[in-house]
Design a binder for this molecule. Structure first.
Ligand code: E4P
Length: 215
């Protein structure tokens, strides 16, 4: 399973890219708004740091508006993937963009049927929002499980991004279900490194090494 970083923070992306574990980035309007900077400038910087799919979301609600935004964003860099919410107009635009060979990440997926429709529209990626499904008392992993099962029956060529990841357990479960990608917040990526026995082990090795040096 690939790991993308779910952030618009260039500082976070620079640090995580340095660790050598991320192969793409997802942003959304909320994450971009937090940065208080020009969207295009952020995207250009992200593209200079990560050589992989970088999702940039459109905000238009009509087909022509979505297409115009999408073409402008994808001109920034060939790695830009256009993120479009799953609604009829969005999928109409997604299928037009697929014809133009512009990759689309269909977002705000909360059911397997939405993912199926997005795949039929030619989406390169679908993003089921695991954490937000859990938030309303349902099981986000059940939805991911359904999507993986259905996509396994066919050959859509659409990759599944487990999104709205809230904790390392989500990442583990997504990998067990065979998600192609998990897009994780920076804090969760940091938590994935952590194990108390690793910390204790490092401390013990360093202390023991110091004893050798003293003799
Ligand atoms: C994914 O592409 C989205 O940017 C993101 O995962 C949304 O997560 P949230 O539910 O934590 O806002």
């Amino acid at each position: 399973m690939e790991i993308f970083l779910d952030t618009a923070s260039v500082e976070e992306i620079r640090e995580a890219a340095g660790w050598g574990v991320i192969s793409g980035v997802t942003t959304n309007p909320t994450l971009v708004a937090k940065e208080g900077r020009d969207f295009r400038a952020i995207l250009e910087e992200i593209c200079s740091l990560v050589d992989g799919p970088i999702s940039a979301e459109v905000i238009s609600m009509d087909v022509e508006g979505i297409l115009e935004e999408a073409r402008g964003l994808s001109a920034i860099n060939p790695n830009i993937v256009i993120k479009i919410p799953v609604f009829p107009v969005g999928l109409q635009a997604a299928s037009r963009l697929a014809e133009e060979k512009i990759r689309v990440n269909v977002t705000l997926i909360f059911s397997a049927l939405q993912a199926l429709l997005a795949a039929r529209a030619g989406a390169a990626f679908v993003s089921p929002f695991i954490g937000r499904i859990d938030d309303i008392g349902q099981d986000g992993m059940d939805v991911l499980d359904d999507i993986m099962g259905i996509f396994g029956n066919y050959d859509f060529g659409t990759r599944v991004i487990a999104a709205s990841i809230r904790h390392p357990r989500h990442v583990l479960d997504a990998a067990r279900l065979g998600a192609d990608i998990a897009t994780v917040p920076f804090t969760v990526l940091g938590q994935m490194f952590k194990h108390p026995l690793t910390d204790q082990g490092i401390t013990r090795f360093l202390n023991d090494w110091d004893k050798i040096k003293e003799t």
